[in-house]
Every structure is written in structure tokens, then in C-alpha cells.
Design a protein around this ligand. Structure first.
Ligand SMILES: Cc1cc2nc3c(=O)[nH]c(=O)nc-3n(C[C@H](O)[C@H](O)[C@H](O)COP(=O)(O)OP(=O)(O)OC[C@H]3O[C@@H](n4cnc5c(N)ncnc54)[C@H](O)[C@@H]3O)c2cc1C
Length: 418
């Protein structure tokens, strides 16, 4: 079957890889000059199967109110006259209900766990190397309430076979000695040894190169504009090609992996996909004293920041702004990242050479991605992976390839349209 994949982020590229593995003739359409140049470019780097708590949970509405107007707040909602933002915000509040949160956590856990297993198998098969480390993820709590609240989430994932263990401050330091200078800050932590970390951009670009060598056609510099629909079938993609000419491309099946930009193609043809951009920041700092820098990926719970060692660099990432599609860098947010990195790890990093970046997480209100068939029989989605797209990528790509191929995916997940 001829399959057109739209978007070469980590999600589109893993989808293309597994579709090719299933024997399809695959073409990927990507507006940038290479894979992973947008949201998958400089994310937090964590493969955190254990981290299933969505932003939408019972505690969040009060926190958002408290953070309103704080320029360096971890989660900032900037209301706009935008019907999609209002609809998204309303649905987000519904997802904060306790029973919805629990259901969403179980969905996130199912796809993340499957994805972790799929990534390990893919790595063994391809020998990809992407500054990956299999040293676990340590979540650090600097306030008692945060630590107390962590216990139920840890217990829930343990019940499903993910060993997220509660740790004392001293145990945290034994796991990551680079934290010892801040021993007094730490109330406790949770540690999941089976979690991983690595550079999503390197991974995606290496996988794209390998997929190309195996026959996947990547058309970079080509922008998807709209889908032509006849009855319940997508008949073609209208695009502006790499020579800046209009072109219609046809296939037997179409897979939309356009992250926050997915609704631009889907809404005009009546496919509802409530994906809204949640802007995040990262700073990548050169490591100047390797002995003082962490090797275990860490989450600083109070600040909602992650710290990941990527070879000779330290990536700090986090913050979320629901404010539309702007990628402008806000200086206050950038400085908050480097300041926190220095507070934890002092002279391990060179803050004067920090590289700042912003990306738009493709957020659904529930943080559960949209994977599967739509009401149009040859149109498929793999989008809306929000805060966990790197964690969920390999499993989402494989499950999507199974669905397009008419097979039952190996996991129990609420796939769209099935
Ligand atoms: C600050 C930050 C930290 C994060 N940290 C983590 C983390 O630690 N762990 C984790 O699991 N996840 C993390 N994430 C989330 C993760 O990065 C995303 O969920 C993931 O990258 C989304 O991948 P994607 O392929 O859907 O999107 P993208 O990588 O954005 O891919 C979509 C592609 O579509 C292309 N495109 C868009 N429109 C068009 C068009 N019209 N025509 C052609 N091409 C088009 C874009 O160029 C892009 O390449 C983080 C995100 C941010 C912002």
C-alpha cells in the first residue's frame, strides 16, 4: 500500500519506520529541511514511562489561579480570543475531575510502557546511538506536600509493573551524587531505574536516515496545505513542494503527524482534533566539569523542570504557556532555566554559552494522544502527544503501523475510531 506520512518529527519518523517494516511504500512530507527541526528538536530528553501524571489533575486549577500573572510560572494560561483555546481550556477542566485523571493516567501508562519496550527492541535491532543513557529517572521533591502527593502516583505505576520507588534524601544522593551540594533542599524523591534518557533530535534524524536507506522517501522542504476529500475517502494532499510549486500527492492511506499544526489540515475536513500548542523552553549548557554534572536524568518537581545529561551537554527543560503558536523566546523564562541549573549543579556547567530554544508541545486536554483511524476510512492520526511525545514515540509509531496494516495493535489503548 502507498502511505503518505505528514510530518517528520519523532512521531512521523517512527510511524514511517514501522510502516516500512510492515512492507508499505512510504513517503514522508516535511516542511523543514531535515527531520526533528520543530518540537522534537531540543526537548527534555526523558523517556519517563513512570511519569504518568497529566497536567490536568484535581490540583491544577488552583495552581493555575495562583500562578496567573507570574512571568516564570511553570504553567501559564494566557487567555486569547480564540475559540479553540476556549474549547481546549473547558475540556482541560473536565479532565481535572478525579475519575477522568485516573483514566487518563492509565491510558498514558499503557502507551508509554509499550513504547519503552518497543524502543528497547528498536535500539537492539538498529544500534542507534543518540547520547542515550539507561540510568533511570529521579524525581526530586523540595517540598513536603509534593513528596506526599507522589506516593499514590508511584503506587499506581508499581501496580502495573513499573518500579517507581520512594527514596529518602540520602538515597537520592546515592543514586545521583551530583546532588550532594544541595542535600538540605531535598525532602525525598522517587526513582525509576527502568526509565531512560537521550537526544530525541539525534534519534529521529538517525532513524530517518536508516528509514531512507530502507526505501522510505523523505520529501523535505514540502508544506502540506490541505486534504482533498471525496465521500469518506481522502483523495489527495495539496502541497507546496520543494521547488515552491503547487503539487497534489496521492496515496492509499494518509497519516497526520503534524503535532500542534494537525488541526489546520483536519478541522476544514470535519475531523475534530483538539490539539493546542503548549509552549515550552529548554536551555542546553556545555558541561565544563563532568565530575560535578549529573548522569541520572532528574525532574525538579517544584519547578516542573527536567535535567538530562546528553553527552557533554546538560539539557534543562520545562515551563508551559498556552498562548498560541508564537515561538518567541522570553528572557525571564530562559534565565530561570539556567539559574536553576546553576543552583543545583554550580560550576559543572557554563551558563554563558547556554543555547535557548522553544517548542510547541502538541497538547490534548487529557495528555492522551490521538492515535488511529478517523471517520474517513484512509485517514489516520498519530498526534497530540503533549508532554510525553519522546516517551511514547516508538510505541505510537508501531501501533499506528499495525492499525494502517489492518492488524490489531499489541496494546490495550483507546485508539481513535476503533
Ligand atoms: C520544552 C519541552 C520539553 C519536553 N520534554 C520531553 C521529555 O523530556 N520527554 C518526552 O517524552 N517528551 C518531551 N516533550 C514533548 C515532545 O518533545 C513532543 O511531544 C514531541 O516532540 C512531539 O513530536 P511530534 O513528532 O508530534 O512533533 P514535531 O517534532 O513538531 O513534528 C511535527 C512535524 O511536522 C512538520 N510540519 C508541521 N506542519 C507542517 C506542514 N503543514 N507541512 C509539512 N510539515 C509540517 C514540522 O516541521 C515537524 O517536523 C517536551 C516538549 C517540550 C516543548
Amino acid at each position: 500500500m502507498k502511505v503518505l506520512v505528514l510530518g517528520a518529527g519523532v512521531i512521523g519518523t517512527t510511524s514511517a519506520w514501522f510502516l516500512r517494516e510492515r512492507g508499505h511504500e512510504v513517503t514522508v512530507i516535511e516542511r523543514q529541511g531535515a527531520a526533528a527541526m520543530e518540537t522534537s528538536f531540543a526537548n527534555g530528553g526523558q523517556i519517563s514511562v513512570s511519569h504518568i501524571e497529566p497536567w490536568a489533575n484535581p490540583a491544577t486549577p488552583m495552581k493555575i489561579l495562583k500562578w496567573l500573572g507570574q512571568p516564570d510560572a511553570p504553567l501559564l494560561f494566557r487567555p486569547r480570543l480564540d475559540a479553540r483555546q476556549i474549547r481546549w481550556g473547558f475540556q482541560f477542566l473536565i479532565e481535572c475531575l478525579p475519575w477522568r485523571t485516573r483514566r487518563n493516567m492509565l491510558q498514558i501508562l499503557a502507551i508509554s510502557k509499550y513504547s519503552g519496550e518497543t524502543l528497547r527492541a528498536l535500539r537492539a535491532q538498529t544500534h542507534l546511538s543518540y547520547d542515550d543513557l539507561q540510568r533511570g529517572v529521579l524525581q526530586i521533591y523540595t517540598d513536603r506536600k509534593g513528596f506526599d502527593d507522589a506516593a499514590p502516583a508511584a503506587e499506581l505505576v508499581r501496580a502495573y509493573g513499573i518500579a517507581r520507588e520512594l527514596k529518602t534524601a540520602d538515597e537520592c544522593i546515592r543514586i545521583e551524587p551530583a546532588l550532594s551540594a544541595r542535600r538540605k533542599w531535598i525532602v525525598g524523591g522517587t526513582y525509576t531505574a527502568s526509565d531512560e534518557s537521550g537526544d530525541a533530535r539525534k534519534f529521529t534524524q538517525e532513524l530517518a536516515a536508516l528509514a531512507a536507506a530502507r526505501g522510505v522517501a523523505f520529501r523535505y522542504g514540502m508544506t502540506a496545505e490541505s486534504l482533498a476529500v471525496v465521500g469518506d475517502t481522502v483523495a489527495g494532499l495539496r502541497a507546496v513542494n520543494e521547488h515552491n510549486r503547487k503539487e497534489v500527492v496521492s496515496a492509499d492511506a494518509y497519516v497526520v503527524c503534524l503535532a500542534s499544526h494537525s488541526p489546520k489540515l483536519l478541522v476544514p475536513i470535519g475531523v475534530k482534533a483538539l490539539v493546542y500548542p503548549a509552549k515550552g523552553y529548554s536551555a542546553t549548557l556545555p558541561i565544563v566539569d563532568a565530575a560535578l554534572a549529573p548522569t541520572v536524568s532528574m525532574t525538579d518537581d517544584a519547578k516542573n523542570l527536567v535535567f538530562t545529561r546528553l553527552g557533554d551537554r546538560l539539557r534543562v527543560a520545562g515551563t508551559a504557556e498556552l498562548s498560541g503558536y508564537s515561538l518567541e523566546l522570553n528572557q525571564v523564562r530562559c534565565e530561570a532555566l539556567t539559574r536553576r541549573a546553576q543552583e543545583w549543579f554550580g560550576n559543572a556547567v557554563d551558563a554563558t554559552h547556554a543555547e535557548y530554544w522553544t517548542g510547541l508541545r502538541p497538547a490534548t486536554p487529557s495528555n492522551v494522544p490521538l492515535i488511529g483511524r478517523t471517520r474517513l476510512h484512509n485517514l489516520f492520526l498519530n498526534t497530540g502527544h503533549g508532554t510525553l511525545g519522546w516517551t511514547m514515540a516508538a510505541g505510537s509509531g508501531k501501533a499506528l503501523a499495525d492499525i494502517v496494516s489492518g492488524r490489531k495493535p499489541e496494546i490495550d489503548f483507546a485508539f481513535t475510531g476503533l
